[in-house]
Design a protein around this ligand. Sequence first.
Ligand SMILES: [Zn+2]
Length: 317
Amino acid sequence: MARASLPNKRGSCQSPPPMRVVNYYADAGLDRVGHRRKDPAWIADQLVNPATRFVACWRNQNLVVASEPRPLLLEFRQIEAFGGEPVLLGMRGEHAIFAVDLSSHEAPLKVLGLEDHAEFMDLRRIGPLLARDEGSILAYARGMLWWHQRHRFCGVCGAPAANSDSGHLRVCTNPDCRTQHFPRTDPAVIMLVHDGERCLLGRQAAWPQGMHSTLAGFVEPGESLEEAVAREVKEETAIEVEDIIYHSSQPWPFPSSIMLGFHARAATTEIRVDPTELESARWFDRGFLLAHEDDDEFRLPRRDSIARRLIEDWLQR
Ligand SMILES: [Zn+2]
């Protein structure tokens, strides 16, 4: 990672541009064609185009070929009978990709005739096994459809909210209200805190056995990202931090977050764990982490998480 630098008077940068870090579930390889979402005729053409594909979700699970796994995308003729309102995800080359929610049906695989070789699976179980762009598209679809499920009614007046802009907007149907509701993403900070040769990892009781990870928490209203980093670390472990430097971000639509990753240097070293947040927190030597192989005593977070990326990038320094 590197710090960003400002252009000089000639427009060139005074130091090399920052390395671009692409985390799992980012960079789906789609053109989101935001300008097309308000064009009903174009959307209608795309829906029935034989080259268009549909990412099907059912109760927050994604449709995959179970034996591999890999995404199983559907065609319009397969989803037509289900009704509903597909959400335009974007264009992959010349072909449109939509998300479609089959949750109102008890057994969509039976209707589709796919019971023998496809199933709906939780993306968090299979994400690292998928090609990165495929995992990103499935995550995007899941996040959009979850938002629609949870925002059927206007939060201002309680009237039904109608789908608009090919699924990227819901508008209150009460003519006296007409409030617009946009898809929501909740920012959370996640931070690798270190003191040079040791890093601070915590553990929550609900995590898989032995798993330790970086600290994290949601950004609160009226708070900068750097303030959120410092506050969360202090609340959970009583450690004070400085030199808070942005690393990278990761969409985490499980159900609706974006993780904003940082490295930060510890200004104090004495840990006092908040037991309502963490089961434990400890300093781990760089050498221990480099030599360790995951087991039930200690394991690092899953490989598709930005937490793992923050730790591994620090270990490589
Ligand atoms: Zn309203």
